[in-house]
Design a protein around this ligand. Structure first.
Ligand SMILES: *Cc1c(COP(=O)(O)O)cnc(C)c1O
Length: 427
């Protein structure tokens, strides 16, 4: 092993996951194979009893597994599974433990895609959701829970409102109702925050963002802390009673702490099928190797850009949890003491029109529907990612019409600031 459990996270980024045996390739190979060969039918049959091994890449693949194991190691979880997108990861994290007739309590300030997933698509399949203001009191949030509530959801740093989640408060509330807290940790990455250390039970990622880091590959991941006791009540029959579609396996009993992840693999990947390509997982792994270095630079640059914007008189407001003026500065100090993320949101004086003019005048920062990669980029959420939402829903998500989302890259910060300065001069 190139690392041990006490190794620092920078070491795990490089060394965890693929552990070659004597004579095997040093670098994680791309097992671009749909299927796996066995000498006898009897050996193959064992796999259908969910014994360890590979049968078909829709369920499991050695390249994908090595990368999932690296992410589990970075988050401090017992297991993880990769999905073909962050959307699939959040859907799986939830649908793995609930179904029609059930209910979710979610922070209202979450990614637009996840908001739609919960607010529209999950409702269509009979899953109800109540959105809560994450800043509301415990009493108010408690009031959102029902007998059929099965999970609580939030984002460590919300995209794009950048609200910092009070993870301990949410975990305490979720646990008092006997349900797990699921936290989307995409923006901080485990370099800056490991939600399990504050009581979260399940962590999800859009690996598309900082983890892959180069805007080349869509992907997602679900990580289990192994800490949630699925037997504490009768809310989770999918884990605590036999699965007839797998000849009676009981995931939380037969697989112990791995039951939640095994169920995603054996049941959800099998039936829904959003498995990542091994080639994409190979690229994700290369991204993960430099994650710690990149995240540090993203945060350092973003802090400087945020401080620059705050002093500029053409800027109406700046929201960055690393700024003392941020409403979440104290929460960020507690949960993200080494840095928050590279994303800043701000308003240009003159509203929507000036914001668009400013964006069109940028040269280095490109207008793209992306965030959190090596290149500085910029987006106007109200007219793009959050376009489907009404003004009321926009405000609920913490997205104002004048909000510009700037994703600060790892270029030299002086060049990034010069680009912004020139664009501001042009308006
Ligand atoms: C991008 C994003 C997602 C969706 O991930 P995809 O990989 O685009 O499917 C989910 N949550 C957050 C916080 C995101 O930023």
């Amino acid at each position: 092993m190139g690392y041990n459990p006490d190794s620092a996270i920078e070491t795990k980024c490089v060394q965890a996951g693929w552990q070659p045996k004597n004579g095997e390739p040093r670098v994680l190979p791309i097992y671009e194979s749909t299927t796996y060969k066995y000498d006898t039918s009897a050996e193959m049959a064992k796999l259908f009893d969910l014994e360890p091994g590979y049968m078909y890449t829709r369920l499991a693949n050695p390249t994908n597994d090595a990368v999932a194991n690296k992410i589990a190691c970075l988050e401090g979880g017992v297991g993880a599974v990769l999905t073909s997108s962050g959307q699939a990861a959040n859907f799986f994290a939830l649908i793995n433990i609930l179904g029609a007739g059930d209910h979710i309590v979610s922070s209202a300030t979450i990614y637009g895609g996840t908001f739609n997933l919960l607010n529209v698509t999950m409702r269509k399949i009979g899953v109800d959701v109540t959105f809560v203001d994450p800043r509301a009191s415990e009493e108010e949030i408690n009031a959102a829970f029902r007998d059929n509530t099965k999970a609580m959801f939030g984002e460590t740093i919300a995209n794009p409102s950048l609200d910092v989640l009070d993870i301990e408060k949410f975990a305490k509330i979720a646990h008092s109702h006997g349900v797990p807290l699921i936290v989307d940790n995409t923006f901080p990455t485990p370099i800056n925050c490991r939600p399990f250390e504050f009581g979260a039970d399940i962590v999800t990622h859009s690996t598309t963002k900082y983890m892959e880091g180069h805007a080349s590959t869509i992907g997602g991941c679900v990580v289990d802390s192994g800490n949630f006791d699925w037997y504490q009540n009768d809310k989770f029959p999918g884990l605590t009673t036999p699965d007839e579609s797998y000849h009676g396996v009981t995931y939380a009993k037969d697989f112990g702490k791995n039951g939640y992840i095994v169920k995603i693999v054996a049941q959800l990947l099998r039936d829904y099928g959003p498995t990542p390509s091994p080639f994409n997982s190979f690229l994700l792994n290369i991204g993960l190797e430099s994650l710690a270095v990149r995240v540090e630079r993203h945060c350092e640059n973003a802090q400087k850009v945020a401080e620059y914007l705050e002093k500029n008189d053409k800027i109406a407001w700046v929201n960055y949890p690393g700024l003392k003026s941020s409403k979440d500065y104290e929460l960020a100090k507690k949960y993200l003491p080494h840095g928050t993320c590279g994303v800043i949101s701000f308003g240009v004086k003159g509203g929507r029109e000036k914001a668009e003019q400013f964006m069109n005048s940028l040269k280095l920062a490109a207008i793209v529907t992306h965030v959190a990669d090596a290149r500085t980029c910029v987006l106007h959420p109200a007219s793009s990612t959050h376009r489907q939402l009404s003004d009321e829903e926009l405000t609920e998500c913490g997205v104002t019409p004048d909000l510009v989302r700037l994703s600060v890259g790892i270029e030299n910060v002086n060049d990034i600031i010069a680009d912004i300065e020139n664009a501001l001069k042009a308006i």
